[in-house]
Ligand binder design. Structure first.
Ligand SMILES: [Fe+2]
Length: 363
């Protein structure tokens, strides 16, 4: 099964973008400080204020911790929000997705811990990504973080998907080069993992192949030359990988990153970049068929494909392993045993030893 929704607009975001649908009287905007002060957004916010009461929050930190979500819910307890607009990177959009189901009777924490099902209604959400990689704007999950229990995980369900998505490459291009490169690598991992996953299907694989070609061809240029044309191609590919995430799954690198990220205070993309050093090599050593098939679909030998990924890392200064993240060799067993979630979707997973081997290759 595969379908692409919702409405996706490509092009410059301005006040007219918000006139396509009724946003209502009470509008909640979730964004970041940097984003809210730039890109002409204050002018758009002023325009929105002419017709609606606008509540802006720009405090969401990486990983979207519970306490940051609670701050919004506490402050707006008495307000009936009509529309949420999320403008920012993956954590900002994920926070807004979680909030979109959190104003009703259901506790988002109970949903997170599986104590109650995901609600069937939510507040309409407009997602405007400013980084190209997470795919959060189109995926069916919101990755959030319970800092007290040290648990990072997802609220998942189709209802969580934003209702409208605006892709404006000008917003993406304001992102610092190094961040653009790192997040672009996250996009590449979504393409590779949704292809390799046991949950994959022919349309997922088709989209993955297309996305990987776009990343190989345009990511370096979008970073080094700040080219809008290249950036837009990467941004579209990245958003579409959000759909791939909905109909397939990620593999062990994402499961492992959810442990390593909070432990080392490194970003999602940095964790993946380091883990990939080991995971791709492990797939190769174990002669995983899906890896060979992917390379063949890209018209490359498996070795050529692995070299191409390594070269991309070198071009973008992303060539590092897990030691650089601050992980000690003696932590490897503990990390491996803390990995949770659907590890079986990864065809290379046999048992905890598989994860230990991946981490050792990722040093
Ligand atoms: Fe990711």
């Amino acid at each position: 099964m595969y379908y692409i929704k919702p409405v996706i607009s490509i092009g410059k975001v301005d006040i007219k973008s918000f006139e396509q649908f009724p946003i209502g009287k009470e509008v909640l905007i979730i964004t970041s400080k940097t984003v809210s002060q730039n890109y002409g957004l204050p002018d758009i916010f002023d325009e929105l204020r002419k017709k609606s009461s606008v509540h802006i929050f720009n405090h969401i930190r990486p990983d979207a911790p519970f306490e940051d979500l609670d701050l919004v819910l506490d402050e707006l307890k008495q307000v009936s929000i009509d529309t949420i607009i999320a403008i920012g990177g993956g954590s900002t959009i994920d926070a807004a997705k979680a909030l979109s189901i959190a104003f009703g009777d259901v506790s988002y924490k109970d949903v997170f811990y599986g104590k109650t099902p995901v609600p069937t209604t939510k507040i309409p959400l407009i997602a405007i990504p400013t980084t190209a990689g997470t795919g959060a704007e189109l995926s069916f999950g919101a990755i959030i973080y319970d800092k007290d229990k040290g648990k990072k995980g997802g609220i998942r369900g189709e209802i969580i998907q934003p209702n409208y998505v605006f892709i404006d490459a000008n917003l993406h291009n304001g992102c610092p080069i190094h961040l653009k490169a790192e997040v672009g690598f996250d996009c590449l991992t979504h393409a590779i993992e949704t292809y390799i996953s046991k949950k994959s299907n022919p349309i997922v694989r088709n989209q993955s192949v297309n996305c990987i070609q776009v990343i190989f061809q345009h990511l370096t240029k979008s970073c080094k030359e700040n080219s809008i044309e290249d950036m837009e191609k990467v941004a579209i590919a990245s958003s579409l990988m959000g759909i791939n995430l909905a109909f397939s799954s990620t593999c062990l690198p994402h499961r492992i990153q959810y442990v390593i990220g909070p432990m080392t205070g490194t970003s999602h993309a940095q964790g993946l970049i380091a883990i990939y050093k080991g995971w791709l090599q492990y797939l190769y050593n174990e002669k995983i068929d899906e890896l060979n098939q992917l390379a063949s679909d890209l018209n490359m030998s498996t070795e050529e494909f692995l070299n191409r990924v390594n070269n991309l890392k070198k071009e973008l200064n992303l060539d590092y392993g897990i030691l650089k993240l601050g992980i000690d060799l003696k932590d490897i067993d503990e990390i491996a045993s803390s990995v949770s979630g659907n590890v079986q979707a990864d065809p290379s997973y046999e048992n905890v030893e598989s994860i230990i081997n991946i981490l050792k290759l990722a040093i």
